[in-house]
Design a protein around this ligand. Structure first.
Ligand code: SF4
Ligand code: SF4
Length: 286
């Protein structure tokens, strides 16, 4: 099987359910059938087995539709992958609703979390306590909010009370147009908000996805990223690894951090050096 020098994988299995009820999310309070949960568990086991069998550097970001860490198999996968010598980073997007004791079994030099604060779903004090516990446990993590008007006061309060070592990112709300004054207000909380404020023109521009970064689903189907539907092969039969090569972006714009962070002209690998998948800037705290 052809072996890449290194590979970053965004993994998203069949899971599509969440314990939270955010108004801005299609997965709010959705439940998965037992069959779907079993399929998700089996798919994740197959994926982690594949990663464990490789002998080149791999980084993994779990980007589930919904919340993964409330399922034991995501916690187990995070721990197991973190302990593999050739896994450089394993991170997950999470609402932090789960208890954190499982982290004691992980290699915290490799594991990291991308946590999102959803005001209205969790009390400020409870979320802040989770962040403090993560810090006390020595876990690498970022925290963020969706930049909706109703989130401004909670985000400011969280920023004021979070340790300065913790980066708080703000994602532009989908379909929301920010005036310069509004953007400046959000940039006081997240100095990198400008990257999220408007979609990035990407058509024809070099993007690392499809070459050193791929998106993998539960069947092992590989796409260059979560946003381009064309498949480039399968992880498990080796066809995707054989197809890895530099390629320009085929879409007009890229408006999600987990995509445009790999868009080469933005040079965000330098901005987020050492913390690319968990969204921790290299120069933080400022
Ligand atoms: S926590 Fe995340 S996945 Fe769950 S409902 Fe809110 S936005 Fe959706
Ligand atoms: S720029 Fe965005 S949409 Fe285009 S290929 Fe890269 S990640 Fe995908």
């Amino acid at each position: 099987m052809r072996k890449p020098p290194e590979l970053t994988i965004l993994y998203r299995g069949p899971l599509a359910s969440c314990d939270y009820d955010c108004a801005y999310c299609p997965f709010a309070k959705r439940r998965d059938s037992p069959a779907r949960l079993r399929a998700d568990r089996d798919a994740l086991a197959r994926f982690t087995t594949w990663v464990a069998a490789q002998d080149f550097p791999i980084s993994v970001l779990f980007t589930p539709w919904g919340e993964g860490l409330v399922r034991s198999w995501y916690r187990t996968a995070m721990v197991e992958l973190s302990r593999l010598a050739h896994v450089r980073r394993v991170a997950v997007q999470t609402n932090l609703s789960t208890r954190l004791a499982w982290l004691a079994d992980a290699d915290l030099g490799t594991l990291a979390l991308w946590a999102t604060y959803h005001p209205g779903q969790v009390a400020h004090d409870r979320f802040l306590a989770k962040c403090r516990e993560l810090h006390a446990r020595g876990v690498r993590f970022s925290v963020g909010v969706v930049g909706l008007p109703g989130h401004l006061a909670p985000a400011r309060r969280l920023r004021a009370e979070l340790l300065s070592e913790v980066y708080l990112w703000v994602n532009a709300a989908e379909g929301h147009v920010y005036t310069d004054d509004e953007a400046a207000v959000w940039a006081e909380i997240d100095p990198l908000f400008g990257y999220s404020r408007t979609p990035h023109r990407s058509l024809g521009l070099p993007c690392r996805t499809g070459h050193t970064v791929v998106s993998v689903d539960g069947d092992g189907t590989v796409r260059r990223c979560h946003f381009v539907t064309e498949t480039i092969g399968n992880l498990y039969d080796g066809s995707a690894l054989r197809a890895l090569r530099p390629r320009p972006c085929p879409l007009p714009v890229c408006d999600c951090h987990i995509g445009y962070v790999h868009l080469e002209p933005l040079d965000l690998y330098r901005t987020f050096a050492g913390g690319l998948l968990e969204r921790v800037p290299a120069a933080w705290p400022r």
